[in-house]
Design a protein around this ligand. Sequence first.
Ligand code: SF4
Ligand code: SF4
Length: 380
Amino acid sequence: MTKLGMGMMRLPLLDENDFKSVDYEQVNKMVDEYMDEGFNHFDTAYIYHEGVSEDVFKKCVVERYPRESFKIATKLPLFVITEESQLEPLFKDQLKKCGVDYFDYYMLHNVSGFTETAWKNVDLYSFIQKKKEEGYIKHIGLSTHGNAEFLEEILVEHPELEFVLLQINYLDWEDEGIESKKCLEVARKYNKPVMIMEPYKGGFLADVPDEAEKIMKDYNPDKSVVSWAMRFVANLDDVCVVLTGASNLKQLKDNISEFKNADPLNDEELDILKKVSEIINSNITVDCTKCRYCVDSCSSEIDIAKIFDLYNKHKMLDTDEWTQLGNAYLNYSKLPGVGIASDCIECDLCIEECPQEINIPEVLKDVAETFETEIYGFKN
Ligand code: SF4
Ligand code: SF4
């Protein structure tokens, strides 16, 4: 049976410009709500929230609930691994940060072209298998943003893997880059249960263009836009966990309600989602899911995820006039120590971090052209 997992990747913040400033009080309330509703699967990673997500998990879950009452999934940060000697201390650090003696689920984080330095040069698979044999991990798996062929190669080579975490949602279902559907089929072929990430595609599917929303509401005025996305993933076969990445208590309550009321989509509704996908695809300018993997690599301190979000929203308004989004960009530019789009030096370091394969420096040129104009108080 599919469970709802609480992702700890986009937690509420006290300062929206500081990803370490997690609002612990609100997370406690979210955890209580989630547990009270009968769920118990938490998903974190070493790198989430610039390294503090595992600490938050410890404070808000481990120190407040008995160990046997919850499951914890976390991930080895392949992005920083270059040699074998890093593995043992890093793993120990993760156990300490999370405050547990063992992990229920442990993944190689984003096995894909972006992390090949780690998985080609270091025997990560033997390491996690050893940790499992020593009792520090119950189940080993991986997360990936790679395509179906890539996933199949790994599963053939590594039958010891027990599960996979994949990006699946109705927008990416037939997408040629993400290949959600094909990846799920590969996982099924090798009998690997699937955990799902990005069911709302970083919030995109909660905020669809008006034209798409109208089609959904005309068909069923009682169903929220986001409930369609949840119904799509919650009823897929062989899925063990759907992760939500709620950013506040209200979103979490909504996600729980959507999950609990996620009746299967009929054929007519599936056709509607195809139309909705076409509309969304024709409106999205940058396919950014706000995962923030690129942000740490940027020597110009550009908060790429944030400014792509502003840019996408601005583009949806389809105007050359002043918008609040441009104003928000101006406000962002005045924060101490941040880089703006035109600060990009085209070093390309970020490109290899991006699971969506966005040509970040190219898009930043458009962002600069759009926002860094006199309308918003920028002088050329
Ligand atoms: S290419 Fe630009 S945005 Fe990317 S890391 Fe380099 S400076 Fe930052
Ligand atoms: S640009 Fe790519 S890596 Fe950066 S936040 Fe967006 S999806 Fe993630």
